[in-house]
Design a protein around this ligand. Structure first.
Ligand SMILES: NC(=O)c1ccc[n+]([C@@H]2O[C@H](COP(=O)([O-])OP(=O)(O)OC[C@H]3O[C@@H](n4cnc5c(N)ncnc54)[C@H](OP(=O)(O)O)[C@@H]3O)[C@@H](O)[C@H]2O)c1
Length: 324
């Protein structure tokens, strides 16, 4: 069977790497667009089978260059997203609203079979977050311009190469006290990257007409429960200190000045809202792709890197002469 061609934007990130592996193993050729081939080329190249990956360099403002890539594409997937605004041009609006709209228009112009856009869960509710507003506006523009699109709204996505479980384990390792925002009560349904890529693959290979799908893991965990699981896995005891909102806001004001902010005021506003399925849209469970991987079981597989002594430190030789 002739391999299908899939054009992927943001393929060098966490979800992109898992996705390239899944697609190329299953006879789908990918063209991955990155801003910097020298920086990301090796990482992208090594994710897939030889002959199945093509890499192109372009940034989101090079509209003409991007348009040429649509001529041979059957599908388009957009994984580009940011958590905080930084340099000039890299605004939530440009990245989550304007760019996805351009992609949807190109999908229409070149009559692609399907456009999959990864958005985020809980954006209807978080009306005071710039991140959420830009994601929601992007979704609406996509569906208006190219109805053969599917919007995926994942809860927190985790894996051994995330910026979430790994970063929290690093912080929990170093800090004696850890802040709990909103008393740690915000709920999440963490989904493993493998489960999320199964959903994307399912949509590419089946006739899925649902336009918005909430992508959630198999369990609901509060922020505090997530921290407690991570502490248990790295075998550390830490004081989880509830931060009153005014103090939390003040810390966010300072933290967002860092080159890679640990927390911004906008993220703090987002954290107020539960990040769980809303009941208003279908979830991956309802379209027939249930998530199977549980947070604790999966993080346990790589948490040893943050544990004193590493992976094998509890093992002891049991044979005679080595008992001591
Ligand atoms: N991870 C989560 O927990 C989570 C949860 C909900 C929704 N999402 C959404 O899922 C999508 C993918 O997430 P991810 O975790 O795979 O993200 P990621 O690891 O941060 O990767 C995103 C990719 O986007 C590209 N990118 C970043 N900033 C860019 C910019 N200013 N201009 C152009 N390209 C830029 C980068 O590719 P190059 O450097 O190669 O250009 C990067 O590899 C995002 O839209 C995100 O909002 C993620």
């Amino acid at each position: 069977m002739k391999a299908k061609n899939c054009l992927i934007f943001g393929g060098s990130g966490q979800i992109g790497s898992f996705l390239i592996r899944k697609l190329t193993k299953n006879n789908i050729k990918v063209t991955v667009v990155t801003r910097n081939v020298h920086q990301k080329g090796l990482k992208i190249k090594t994710q897939g089978n030889a002959g199945y990956i093509d890499i192109k360099e372009a940034n989101i403002f090079e509209e003409k260059k991007i348009e040429t890539l649509f001529k041979d594409a059957d599908f388009c997937i957009n994984l580009i997203g940011i958590l905080y605004e930084k340099k000039k041009g890299n605004t939530f609006r440009n990245i989550h609203t304007v760019f996805p709209t351009i992609l949807a228009k190109l999908c229409k112009k070149y009559n692609l079979k399907h456009f999959i856009h990864v958005s985020a869960l809980g954006i209807n509710e978080a009306t005071d977050s710039k991140y959420a507003i830009s994601k929601l506006e992007g979704e609406n523009n996509i569906l208006n311009n190219f109805p053969k699109s599917t919007i995926l709204r994942p809860s927190i996505v985790f894996s051994n190469s995330d910026n979430f479980s790994t970063q929290f384990m690093t912080l929990l390792n170093r800090l004696p006290i850890f802040p709990l925002y909103y008393s740690g009560k915000t709920k999440f349904m963490p989904i493993h990257c493998t489960d999320l890529t199964e959903i994307i693959y399912f949509i590419l290979t089946n006739k899925v007409e649902t336009q918005v799908i909430e992508c959630v893991g198999p369990e609901v965990l509060t922020f505090k429960e997530i921290l407690q699981i991570l502490l248990g896995l790295i075998n550390k005891k830490r004081f989880l200190l509830p931060f009153p909102t005014p103090i939390a806001k003040l810390t966010a004001k300072f933290l967002q000045l860092m080159p890679k902010p640990l927390l911004t005021e906008d993220q703090l506003r987002l954290l107020k809202y539960d990040n769980i399925s809303s009941g208003k849209y279908k979830t991956n469970f309802e379209i027939g792709v249930p998530s199977k991987l549980f947070f604790k079981d999966e993080v346990e597989k790589y948490s040893f890197m943050w544990r004193d002594g590493g992976q094998f430190s509890t093992n002891r030789y049991k044979s005679e002469g080595f008992k001591k």
